[in-house]
Design a binder for this molecule. Structure first.
Ligand code: HEC
Length: 102
């Protein structure tokens, strides 16, 4: 009886852990929809989601200033992100406006 209770407890704990921890990524993934439409979003979806999820970008909401977003975009282009001429500025503006440091 004690053994059963203990495994039930473990199960309950595991379940609680799942409920607390697992929804986090799906909630985070849902964030793309919180990004307003615009040219910047189109570029973001087209050029910035091949190597990682959009979440890799949106998780930084509020952290970076414009200069820092520009650096991120520059780094990603060095990594291999494909941006057409002029798209980098549109993207930097978009990132700063919607995910930038307030
Ligand atoms: C060629 C693959 C590739 C493409 C395309 C790419 N990234 Fe990344 N990105 C990475 C890798 C690898 C990392 C993780 C390593 C790192 O943080 O430097 C990363 C990490 C990031 C991070 C997290 C940096 C941090 O400070 O934690 C951001 C933000 C980001 N990318 C934004 C973008 C944006 C914006 C674009 C589109 C312009 C983009 N990425 C396109 C490869 C890519």
């Amino acid at each position: 009886m004690i053994a059963v209770n203990r495994s039930l407890l473990v199960l309950a704990a595991a379940l609680a852990w799942c409920i607390v921890v697992l929804p986090a990524p799906s909630r985070a993934a849902g964030r793309d929809d919180e990004l307003p439409d615009g040219d910047g979003k189109k570029i973001l979806l087209a050029s910035c989601t091949n190597c990682h999820d959009l979440n890799e970008v949106t998780k930084l909401r509020g952290y970076y200033t414009k200069a820092q977003w520009r650096d991120v975009v520059k780094t990603m282009v060095e990594y291999g992100a494909q941006l057409k001429k002029g798209e980098d500025e549109v993207l930097v503006d978009y990132l700063t406006q919607h995910l930038g440091k307030k």
